[in-house]
Design a binder for this molecule. Structure first.
Ligand SMILES: [Zn+2]
Length: 157
């Protein structure tokens, strides 16, 4: 399959999702060695899950199919430039190539806005009007960190 055919799968997936009132106009696919591993679309509305963006759903499906949390060597196709959450998830998944069609500006033009998230991140997470991020006592939580570092059977990721 070429890039256009794979992107067409993403578009068809999100069209199906919108017809079923599952979510917005966002579809994604994950490809490894030229083979489509997963195709998914936004299901925020249908699942009442604000994290169920197309990219996240595709990552979850690909990880389940490949039985791994590491998607190194995979490429992600998506109908629209990833939001900050998905960008982070893609990097966490070790995907190093993304092909996108519509831009952040195109998404803004139809009412999907993530610039307040980008602004928050670019301003060192200090804008309390967007998110009040407050550090509390860490002594108990540090015990979990100590457990992790001492556990020789752990799986690093
Ligand atoms: Zn997203």
């Amino acid at each position: 399959m070429d890039k256009k055919e794979i992107m067409d799968l993403c578009v068809q997936s999100c069209l199906d999702g919108m017809k079923n009132h599952e979510g917005g106009p966002f579809g994604s696919a994950i490809v490894k060695d030229g083979k489509v591993i997963a195709v998914a679309h936004n299901t925020v509305i249908g699942t009442n899950d604000p994290t169920a963006h197309g990219e996240i759903n595709a990552i979850r499906e690909a990880c389940k199919k490949l039985n791994t949390f590491d998607l190194s060597g995979c490429e992600l196709y998506t109908t629209s430039e990833p939001c900050p959450m998905c960008m982070s998830a893609i990097i966490w998944a070790n995907i190093s190539k993304v092909y996108y069609a519509c831009t952040v500006q195109d998404a803004r033009d139809i009412g999907f806005r993530d610039e307040h998230i980008l602004n928050f991140l670019q301003n060192d997470c200090k804008d309390k009007k967007i998110l009040d991020l407050e550090a509390v006592d860490k002594s108990e939580a540090m015990k979990a960190f100590e457990f992790w570092t001492k556990d020789n059977s752990r799986t690093n990721y």
